[in-house]
Design a binder for this molecule. Structure first.
Ligand SMILES: NC(=O)c1ccc[n+]([C@@H]2O[C@H](COP(=O)([O-])OP(=O)(O)OC[C@H]3O[C@@H](n4cnc5c(N)ncnc54)[C@H](O)[C@@H]3O)[C@@H](O)[C@H]2O)c1
Length: 255
C-alpha cells in the first residue's frame, strides 16, 4: 500500500482523470475525499469505491469559491482526522482564438482553473502543516508549456499554475510540503472528447493528432493517475517544484 494511512482530497473527482486518481489512491490505501460540482458523479464514484472496500466520501463543492474550498477541507479533516494530499485537478475548458474569447469566458476559466487552485491550496495549507508535511499535486497541462492557437486562455491558466506551484514549493518546502504539477497531453476523458467534437471532422482530427504522438495513442486516465499516486507517495519525498510531463513523447519531437 503506497498511500497507506494517508488522507487525500481530489478535486474534479467526477471527471476522467479525477475519478481514475480516486480509484488508484483508494487501491493504494488512501482515504479519499472526492470533490466535484457534479454531486451525482461523485456519489456514484464513492458507492463504487466503497463496494470495492475503499474508504471515500463525496463533497459536492464549487472550487471557484472560497466557501467551496473551505468546506472541502473542513469536511475532509472532520471526517478523516487530517489531510496529507491535495490533488487540485478540477478545470473547465474554453476554446477560441484570443480575439474571439469574451471576457466572461476568460473570467469563468480563471475562476475555476487558476483562482480555484490558489484557494484550494490556501485552505489546505494549515491542515498539511498540522501533519508536518504533505503533497500538493496540480493538474496543469502540456498547453501550459507550449502553445495551441485555439486555446490561449486555457494555456495561460495552465502556465500560471506551473509558476504558482514553484512558489508554493519554495515557500512551504521548509514545512515539508511539496508541490508539483502534472502536465498531460491528450487524455481520453469527457473534456477531450468535447474538444474533438468541436472540430469540423472529429474522427479525422483525432487521427491526425494521434499520429503526432511518438507512442501513437492518447493517454488513458490511469496513465495520469499513476503519476499522481507517485507524487502523493513517500517515494516522491525529495521531488518538489517540478512539472511531470505525461505526453507519450510529444514534447520531445520537432518533426
Ligand atoms: N483530458 C485532457 O486531454 C487533458 C489534458 C491536459 C490537462 N487536462 C487537465 O486535467 C484535469 C482533469 O480534466 P479531465 O480531462 O478529467 O476533464 P473532465 O471534464 O472529465 O473532468 C473535470 C471535472 O471537473 C469538474 N469541475 C469543473 N468545474 C468545477 C468547479 N468549479 N468545482 C468543482 N468541480 C468542477 C467537472 O464537473 C468534472 O467532473 C483538468 O485540470 C484538465 O484541464 C486534461
Amino acid at each position: 500500500m503506497r498511500l497507506g494511512g494517508k488522507v487525500a482530497i481530489v478535486t474534479g473527482a467526477g471527471g476522467g482523470i479525477g475519478s481514475a486518481t480516486v480509484r488508484r489512491f483508494a487501491e493504494e490505501g488512501s482515504k479519499v475525499a472526492c470533490v466535484d460540482i457534479d454531486g451525482d458523479a461523485i456519489a456514484a464514484l464513492v458507492d463504487a469505491i466503497t463496494a470495492e472496500g475503499g474508504d471515500a466520501i463525496a463533497i459536492p463543492a464549487d472550487v471557484s469559491t472560497r466557501e467551496g474550498n473551505r468546506r472541502m477541507v473542513d469536511e475532509t479533516v472532520a471526517h478523516f482526522g487530517g489531510l496529507d494530499v491535495l490533488h487540485a485537478n478540477a478545470a473547465v475548458q474554453v476554446m477560441g482564438r484570443l480575439e474571439d474569447t469574451p471576457e466572461e469566458s476568460w473570467d469563468r476559466l480563471e475562476a475555476t482553473n487558476l483562482r480555484g487552485v490558489y484557494l484550494g491550496i490556501a485552505e489546505a495549507l494549515p491542515s498539511l502543516r498540522e501533519r508536518e508535511g504533505g503533497s500538493v499535486i496540480v493538474t496543469a497541462s502540456l498547453l501550459g508549456i507550449v502553445g495551441d492557437a485555439d486555446m490561449p486562455a486555457y494555456g495561460a491558466m495552465k502556465g500560471g499554475l506551473r509558476a504558482l506551484c514553484r512558489s508554493i514549493a519554495t515557500a512551504h518546502g521548509p514545512e515539508n510540503i511539496r508541490c508539483n504539477t502534472i502536465c498531460p497531453g491528450d487524455v481520453d476523458t469527457p473534456m477531450n472528447i468535447d474538444f474533438f467534437e468541436h472540430q469540423a471532422d472529429p474522427v479525422a482530427a483525432r487521427e491526425e493528432v494521434t499520429r503526432r504522438y511518438p507512442l501513437r495513442r492518447f493517454a488513458t486516465p490511469d496513465d495520469v493517475a499513476n503519476v499522481a499516486v507517485f507524487l502523493a507517495s513517500d517515494e516522491a519525498s525529495y521531488i518538489s517544484g517540478i512539472d511531470i510531463v505525461v505526453d507519450g513523447g510529444l514534447l520531445a519531437r520537432i518533426y
